[in-house]
Design a protein around this ligand. Structure first.
Ligand SMILES: [Zn+2]
Length: 583
């Protein structure tokens, strides 16, 4: 009896508490003092939320280059932390990544405040958990966050101390989602596929130009998604986010990328390829986007605007859960049926929409107090508001045919590891076998002279294809392309794709010729080759007749024989990933 009585009292007082007063905030952040918490402080604050609220759970989620683990903070109804259970309940999942560039920490502060507020049900926010679970990566680039100083970020005056852009391995982690050089990226892939977020946000800060908007957004670029998802992006998500932000103090605009010299000529929407977080999310039919706070706005405004954005996005995700899940499902089916895959897009200058831009007049003759010389500046005493064009339509201009299978020889283990991390389905060939496949030869490959993020990224690649019988071995991978991961597979295994493993140097060994001939030693075999292939002999004689220089050149003639006979190794410049088409 006593027990029941006590229980009743507890229940009544809990209910009364809910009705009568707002639970006070647990965390007191110091962004108003231009202070962003250190990495250790951030984790300590999430621990406090974890201890205080049953619907907030802090979990370790894989390693980073520093040897310190990544964390995720899961905000979910009844503290459910199984994505399978959440899916069964019909919930959408929103993943928010912070501190990939630790000098851009607004999202770190904003996510903490948001977590505190949704857990204490400020303004009824907690109801969003009915349809959505929110997963926050508190700080992704831990190495960069620990490398904290007042001397990082020369273009930024606040907060007074920030982390460093590179991670412990000096990588820009927002270029690492395909090549996965860092332990951070490998853990991120696992987190991403464990949660399989329907919506994904990565928080950043930008310094390109000055204007009145504390926050800008790199939205999901609709044309990179299947048609079944484009309406959701163009007609529901983006208008919804802009309208919601317009209600508050921080009107949102797209990332400020001038179409021409002057902002009044319009802004262009960007397209993120899979090396970037949002582009990576896109390949998995997840609505991936970035916020880019304006570096010249005050730190409190930057944090508060990001907070408002996370709120708006959570509300959108929750209120549109059914539509999002249905569109994503339809989008995946549509992708799996693709006959050809776009590998290059161009912006469509004939289509635009109008947006309201609050800017400052710029002044190319402002006198620098440092050098006494003219510099580009913005005159904050001359604000303006203008309707400007925003170009955000892209047209695919180059495609490749979608094969039914890729065959990946087991020699390319680092590629296998990355496909496995991304949960690509495959079968192993049970026996050594010869298969008739289509192979690509690299006709032209160019790379920069200096490395970019630890690689000599192949910026220009031209291929030609050939059908060949190729020897494969037991344990090589047969990868069916028509699976849920089809877009990722096409982005990384098709060598011409923007961020293919070939471009990122994973197959560079095939660019070397392993065998060759000597002008002296090839004599006997060259003679035998001409006897064996009379048509080659005829071609050689023909060339000697028509080309006097060639007729006088011993080595050139041997080379002609070598390169037009089976002596030339078939594997040289041949992409090891073979294709099987269903023609
Ligand atoms: Zn950034």
């Amino acid at each position: 009896m006593i027990r029941t009585f006590l229980f009743t009292v507890a229940l009544i007082s809990a209910m009364a508490f809910q009705v009568q007063a707002q639970v006070p905030a647990l965390l007191s952040l110091r962004y108003n003092e231009n202070y962003s918490p250190t990495y250790d402080e951030v984790i300590e604050l999430y621990r406090l939320l974890d201890r205080s609220y049953s619907e907030g759970t802090l979990l370790e989620a894989g390693q980073t280059d520093t040897g310190k683990p990544l964390h995720v903070f899961v905000i979910s109804r009844n503290g459910e932390i199984s994505p399978e259970v959440l899916r069964e309940q019909g919930k959408t999942i929103l993943l928010v990544n912070n501190g990939i560039h630790p000098g851009e920490p607004e999202g770190i502060d904003a996510s903490l405040e948001f977590a505190d507020d949704i857990l204490r049900n400020k303004d009824g926010m907690n109801k969003w958990l009915d349809n959505t679970a929110i997963v926050i990566i508190p700080v992704y680039n831990i190495g960069g966050a620990l490398n904290r100083s007042a001397w990082n970020r020369s273009g930024q005056t606040t907060p007074y101390e920030t982390g460093f852009r590179g991670n412990y391995g000096n990588l820009d982690l927002n270029r690492d989602f395909v090549k996965c050089d860092s332990e951070n990226a490998r853990s991120f892939s696992k987190i991403f596929h464990h949660w399989n977020p329907d919506v994904f946000l990565d928080t950043h800060t930008t310094n390109g130009s000055d204007h009145q908007h504390a926050i800008t957004m790199i939205p999901p670029q609709a044309d990179q998604f299947p048609k079944a998802m484009q309406g959701l992006i163009r007609e529901i998500l983006l208008p919804g986010l802009y309208a919601e932000m317009d209600k508050g103090d921080y009107p949102l605009i797209p990332y400020v990328d001038f179409f021409y010299e002057d902002v009044r000529s319009g802004l262009r929407g960007g397209q993120e390829s899979p090396r970037y977080s949002s582009g990576y999310a896109t390949t998995f039919h997840s609505l991936g986007m970035m916020t880019e706070n304006l570096i010249y706005a005050t730190y409190p405004d930057r944090v508060k605007s990001t907070y408002e954005f996370i709120k708006a996005l959570s509300m959108f995700t929750s209120e549109n859960s059914e539509i999002i899940l249905a569109a994503r499902k339809a989008g995946i089916s549509e992708s799996m049926a693709l006959d050809r895959y776009p590998i290059r897009y161009e912006i469509d200058t004939t289509r635009h929409q109008m947006i309201t831009f609050h800017g400052y007049e710029n002044d190319r003759q402002q006198i620098s107090q440092v050098t006494g010389l003219p510099r580009l500046g913005y005159d904050r005493s001359r604000p303006f508001t203008a309707k400007i064009k925003y170009f955000d339509t892209y047209q695919p201009v180059e495609w490749v045919e979608v094969p039914e299978y890729f065959v990946l020889p087991r020699a390319w283990k680092p590629v296998m590891d990355r496909l496995a991390l991304n949960q690509v389905e495959f079968t192993e060939l049970p026996n050594d076998t010869t298969i008739e496949v289509t192979v690509d030869y690299f006709e032209e490959v160019t790379s920069p002279t200096r490395p970019y993020n630890g690689h000599f990224f192949h910026d220009k690649v031209i291929t030609r294809s050939e059908v060949q019988n190729v020897q494969f071995y037991a344990g090589d991978w047969l990868i069916p392309v028509r699976q849920e991961r089809i877009r990722f597979i096409m982005e990384v295994l098709e060598p011409l794709s923007r961020d293919s493993y070939f471009r990122w140097n994973f197959f560079d060994a095939v660019l070397d010729q392993r065998e060759y001939f000597s002008s002296f030693g090839f004599e006997e075999n060259a003679l035998r080759t001409l006897e064996q292939f009379p048509e080659l002999k005829k071609a050689l004689e023909e060339k000697r007749k028509n080309d006097p220089e060639f007729a006088k050149n011993h080595r050139a003639q041997l080379q002609f024989i070598y390169e037009n006979s089976p002596w030339l190794e078939k594997t040289w410049k041949r992409n090891p990933v073979a294709k099987i088409y269903n023609r």
